[in-house]
Design a binder for this molecule. Sequence first.
Ligand code: ADP
Ligand code: ADP
Length: 222
Amino acid sequence: MNLLRCSGLSKRYGNKLALDNVDLTLETGSPIALVGPNGAGKTTLMSLLLGFIKPSSGKISVFGEQPGSSTLLGKVAALTQDAVLDPDFSLLTQLALYARLHGFSGKSADAEALRVLALVGLSDAINSLPKALSHGMGKRAAIAQALIGNPKLVLLDEPTAGLDPVNARNIRELVADLSPDITFLISSHNLEELEKLCGKVLYLDHGKLSQAVDLSAPDQQA
Ligand code: ADP
Ligand code: ADP
């Protein structure tokens, strides 16, 4: 299925050209790595995909629709930072509330919260308060939040930043497990970490897409 199409896509902030004439077509499936140094334009591309900002010129469509259009609600989700968790309420309470915001009601909101918490391996922590979670668990809780409503595309901006190697690996295994039902677009400044996980790598540098490389066999053991 066509996931993303960009043609001549540029984004300017004042005089700064953050994305420079990007042409790109992506299909759903294996995780896709978006790699480049700080300032390369990774966050800008993700923000355009989400419809948070508008292109300065060129075109972009996601699942054939304009980013931000109502038909994409629920289909596209993002983890751009850690979940916004209220210290006074349990994970289950908070995710069920979030599910309600996504249109689930009553018992089905609880069921959806339990489903996503199980997906990320937090079934034993459903009654925990955020302060009782380790950093790695907090990250998984944030991913659980992004999975509510079963999106088809999930954007992960530096999902392993600040995690120790074991927790970083847990996140990669989680992504491998949920793929390819969900297509993940994962930004990182560290290609090595994503090489085994991803089926495709997009290199951004100074706003230019320098290469889009297909990796032969993504290693699901990553
Ligand atoms: P990355 O995510 O790869 O670090 P960004 O997309 O955040 O890159 O930034 C790309 C370039 O655009 C950088 O030079 C950054 O400083 C600049 N930039 C990003 N957002 C803004 C903004 N709101 N206003 C001005 N410049 C911005
Ligand atoms: P990242 O490193 O994840 O790309 P940053 O920490 O660079 O994000 O940017 C955080 C926020 O600051 C974003 O909203 C971005 O748009 C904005 N920003 C980044 N660079 C600039 C800049 N040069 N001028 C103004 N805003 C910026």
